[in-house]
Design a protein around this ligand. Structure first.
Ligand code: 13P
Length: 339
């Protein structure tokens, strides 16, 4: 199989109607925060038990086509001693890996952020591939203020995402390109639209300069939303209209799939917004790559207790099913009341 065939096969398995991606790639710091909220200590064993719970949930393969993992998970096993990436692969779910090394301040550019992780990236990707990963994720983060992100942050981060994507594709790994424009702040929907338009325009320009094949990437963006402290709320229809207007302007139709992050939305909001986007026609498959919006109800049901594993898996299956319906534009709020 050529590299191009390999990338194409991964895309076809991941980008399917009614299916999306589970983001289970929380860093040690982030998973510790999520566990602390339910009073569970973040030990290696607890993280293994929790991720095994997620990955062995009966029926999720009907709605989940890929899972993004954190490095540690690639070496961990299920209770019956099968490596977790293998658990996914056997169910037809593509195993993936987060490869960026997190964000920090962009030097000499107050309020802007930059993502680390290009050094040694090819070697790390090759190792992850040998452990079963077939796609990767890299997240750039943009904060909105009156003057951020600056044009420097927009161009520097685009360059990072493009270089990462090129390294992935050279090795036969599908890159998830994730520009997260944070929901924090009191900015308006219009201001968020302006920022996302500028960010995505620059990213696609950089991907082109770095010879990245657009048919073999998945975009994982933020929805166009008012800031969480803004005085005016927006309906799912307004969010969908604003998001699609920006995306038609900035994302070439060659991109097969756009899988949104949930970025601090509640599980119900994330599902309703995705559904609203799928009511009309779009050139790309619009789906989900949710972390918190899929996992919050699971953590609540689990509470770190073995006797709650079944209920926690039911909670995951329910959110996966409702988001699968939203991918098809078939979700209704009344479906929240069914098990
Ligand atoms: P959220 O859906 O919780 O935003 O997480 C998705 C993700 O992978 C962020 O990088």
């Amino acid at each position: 199989m050529t590299i191009a065939d390999e990338l194409q096969a991964t895309i076809e398995q991941m980008v399917q109607p009614g299916k999306g991606i589970l983001a289970a790639d929380e860093s040690h710091l982030t998973i510790a925060k999520r566990f602390a909220a339910i009073k569970v200590e973040s030990t290696e064993e607890n993280r293994r038990v929790y991720r095994a719970l997620l990955f062995t949930t009966p029926g999720i393969e009907d709605y989940i086509s890929g899972v993004i993992q954190f490095e540690e998970t690639l070496d961990q096993t299920s209770d019956d001693d099968i490596l977790l990436p293998e658990v996914l692969a056997r169910r037809g779910i593509v195993p993936g890996i987060k490869v960026d090394k997190g964000k920090g301040p962009l030097a000499l550019s107050p309020g802007d952020l930059i993502t680390y992780g290009l050094d040694g990236l090819a070697e790390r990707l090759q190792h992850c591939k040998s452990q079963g990963a077939r796609f990767a994720k890299w997240r750039d983060v943009y904060q909105i203020s009156g003057h951020n992100p600056t044009s420097l942050a927009i161009s520097a981060n685009a360059e990072m995402l493009a270089r990462y994507s090129a390294v992935c594709q050279e090795l036969g790994i599908v890159p998830i390109v994730e520009p997260e424009v944070l929901i924090d702040g009191d900015h308006s929907l219009a201001r968020c639209a302006e920022v996302i338009e500028a960010v995505q325009k620059e990213i696609f320009h950089a991907l082109h300069r770095h010879h990245v094949v657009l048919e073999h990437i998945i975009l994982k963006p933020s929805m166009v939303l008012p800031g969480k402290d803004h005085s005016v709320r927006a309906s799912p229809e307004e969010i969908a209209a604003a998001t699609l207007r920006v995306f038609r302007r900035t994302v070439p139709a060659a991109v097969p799939g756009i899988n949104f992050l949930s970025g601090g939305l509640s599980p119900e909001q994330a599902t309703a917004n995705l559904n609203a986007m799928n009511v009309g026609d779009a050139p790309w498959l619009l789906s989900f790559s949710y972390g918190r919006a899929l996992q919050q109800p699971v953590l609540q049901a689990w509470q770190g207790k073995a006797e709650n594993v079944g209920a926690a898996q039911q909670a995951l299956l329910k959110r996966a099913r409702l988001n699968g319906a939203a991918q098809r534009g078939e979700y209704q709020e009344s479906m929240e009341n069914t098990a």
